[in-house]
Structure formats: C-alpha cells, structure tokens
Write a protein that binds this ligand. Structure first.
Ligand code: UDP
Ligand code: MG
Length: 334
C-alpha cells in the first residue's frame, strides 16, 4: 500500500537527536489518518547517524532512507527526499526538532481546507544567537523587497506540500535550489501557520555562517536580477559624479587661485571610486555567470551511496542499487 503522508528529513551529523526525533515522530505518525513514510536523508554524516538510520529502518518499515556519498548540503538533501516521496501529502522538517512535529496535524487540517502549501512561519526564535536573529531578520526583508516572487518572511523549509506542488518542484532542473523560494514560485493556494521556534534539541548548528551566507546569496541571485541592475545604477551614479567633479575642477582652475583640492587628491579619489564600482559590478556579474556555468555542466544534483526502503520502485531492496543511481541521475538533470 502506498503511504498517504511522506515526511522528509535531512540529517547531517545528528546522532544525538535521531532517537528523540523518532520518538516524537512516531507519536505524530500514529495519530495520522493514513500510512506515513518517513524519508531520512543522510547528507554524508561523519558520525553514527547512518547506522542509527539503518537500525530504524530495520525496526520500522515506515522508515526509508537515502544516503549520499558525501555532504551535498541541506537544500540538496531535501531535494533528494522530494524526488523519492510516494505520499499525497509531503512534509519537510529539520532533524533537530526546531520544527515541532506536533504541528503537522494542524498543517494537514489546512491542507484539507484546500491549501496546497502550508508553510510554518516563525514568530519567535528562542535562544538563537542575536547575530543570527538580526541577520535573518534583515535578510528575509531584503529578499522580500528584491525578489520577483513574494517569498514570505521568516519562513524556513518547514512546510506541508501537496503532491501536485512537489511534482512541479521535482520537474525544475535548477541546481541552485532555494526551496522556500521555489515553493513560493509555483503559486497555488498557500497559507501560513505561526509557531515559536524551539531551540535545537541537541548538538551543534550544522549551518555555519558561511553556509548561511551562501544560502542567502543563492536566494537573492536565484530570485532577483536587481543586483545586476544595481551595477548599472552604480555606473550611472559614477558617471554623474565624474561629470560633477570635472566641472568642479574646471571651476577651481579658473576661479579659485591655488586650490588645494586639485591635482593628486582628486585623481586618486576618482580612481578609487571608479575602481570599486567596477569591481563590485564584476563581482555581481560573476555571481550570475558562475551560476550559469554551474547549470550548464548539468551534473546530477547528488550521488547516492545507499538506499533503504521504497520497495515499490524495485522488487528487491538491494543497497547500492545501480537502478537508483540511474533514476536519480535522470531526475537530477531532466
Ligand atoms: N543539514 C544537512 N546538511 C548540511 C547542513 C544541515 O542535511 O550540510 C540538516 C541538519 O541535519 C538539520 C537541517 O539541515 O536537519 C537544518 O540544519 P541546522 O539545524 O543546523 O540549521 P538551522 O536551520 O537551525 O540554522
Ligand atoms: Mg536547526
């Protein structure tokens, strides 16, 4: 029997959390009105996470898993999970219990009312560092201003999606996967459900500052070309400033005897100003061109080392199955 619900959970070095995660999820799963499959994606963990996941799979047939051959990052891990879901209703949540699974029945209720996407919006971030809260706050508002689609503020990947939406996401070939943006991009009926974000249950944050920054740039570049236009504007400003300076220098030359601001200073200033404008513009261009380069290479999004469960896809559930490798490669590059 095919499951009705699929819960997709990316896992990267979460050995301390997996038992508690499973415990809280089973309570929720047992209360659902249909069969649930739990898809755990091991994103190249270096601790005992994979072993724990295998054990869960042995113990509970509802647990399926994918294991990457290396760390590919959170967004790709979620993407892989979405490629494999079989349910009608899909829920994405973090492994660290910052996204309370107990919220899922409420989300399902909204789905019953006819919403295809129910995303969880954080009303509070308990015990997350001030720096993270501030940068996140600022970033979500900047993104909302710049992006072509309306990406709601303070929402992460914790959400419920209808099968229809997930099929659309799966048909998008892009590599720069900013899932919360793509999710808004598809449209349909979307609604929010507010929640207070708990602190991480245990372990370290897996999103380092540089990973968060990369995700933020990714979001901006994938959903807005305003930064490109910015260099045009900067160029225009520089041109106006240059004309103004030229006039100023002429004025000084003709009307102000021995003006100290002519000569060296002004030339240096102009060089620095233009130089920085040009470098910033080239950098912004580079971000977009780099992205084009990444996309045209069209490598698969991830490589799988091991798959457990998903029995309907093949008659035996062999691990390291080539069949999966193929199908995943195809989906990744389609
Ligand atoms: N994660 C992952 N791959 C990574 C980093 C994180 O699969 O390279 C997972 C991690 O295990 C967790 C989720 O992504 O389930 C969110 O990570 P974390 O809680 O560290 O980040 P936060 O969103 O809380 O800043
Ligand atoms: Mg977290």
């Amino acid at each position: 029997m095919l499951p009705k619900y699929s819960f997709v959970i990316p896992i990267y070095n979460e050995e301390e959390i997996i038992p508690e995660l499973y415990r809280r999820l089973t309570t929720v799963m047992n209360r659902m009105d249909g069969l649930v499959e739990l898809i755990l994606i091991n994103d190249g963990s270096r601790d005992r996470s994979l072993q724990l996941i295998r054990d869960l799979h042995q113990k509970d047939p509802r647990v399926c898993y994918l294991s990457f051959a290396r760390n590919f990052g959170h967004q790709i891990a979620v993407t892989a999970g979405l490629n494999f879901v079989r349910g009608q209703v899909i829920v994405i949540l973090d492994a660290d219990l910052q996204d309370p699974p107990e919220l899922i029945p409420d989300m399902v209720e909204k789905w019953r009312q006819g919403y295809q996407v129910v995303y969880a919006q954080r009303s509070q971030r308990l015990k997350e560092g001030r720096f993270k809260r501030f940068t996140a706050y600022f970033f979500y508002r900047l993104l909302k201003k710049l992006a072509d689609v309306d990406i709601p503020t303070d929402t992460g990947d914790f959400c419920l999606m209808d099968r229809q939406v997930v099929d659309l996401l799966n048909s998008m070939p892009e590599r720069a996967r900013y899932i919360r943006g793509l999710r808004s991009w598809v449209g349909f009926q979307q609604t929010a459900i507010r929640f207070e974000r708990d602190p991480r249950f245990a372990g370290e944050v897996k999103y380092t500052f540089s990973k968060s920054l990369a995700l933020a740039i990714n979001g901006l570049v994938s959903f807005s070309i305003v930064p490109l236009r910015l260099s045009t504007y900067l160029g225009l400003v520089a041109a106006v400033a240059a004309i103004f300076m030229a006039l100023l220098v002429l004025y000084w030359r003709i009307f102000v005897p021995n003006s100290p601001l002519t000569g060296f200073t002004i030339i240096l200033m102009a060089i620095f100003f233009l130089g920085s404008v040009q470098l910033v513009s080239v950098g912004i261009l580079g971000e977009y061109i780099g992205r084009i380069y990444e996309e045209v290479k069209a490598r698969p999004l991830y490589t799988l080392a091991e798959v457990g469960g998903f029995y309907h896809k093949s008659s035996n559930s062999t691990k390291n199955s080539d069949e999966y490798q193929m199908s995943v490669g195809d989906e990744g590059t389609k």
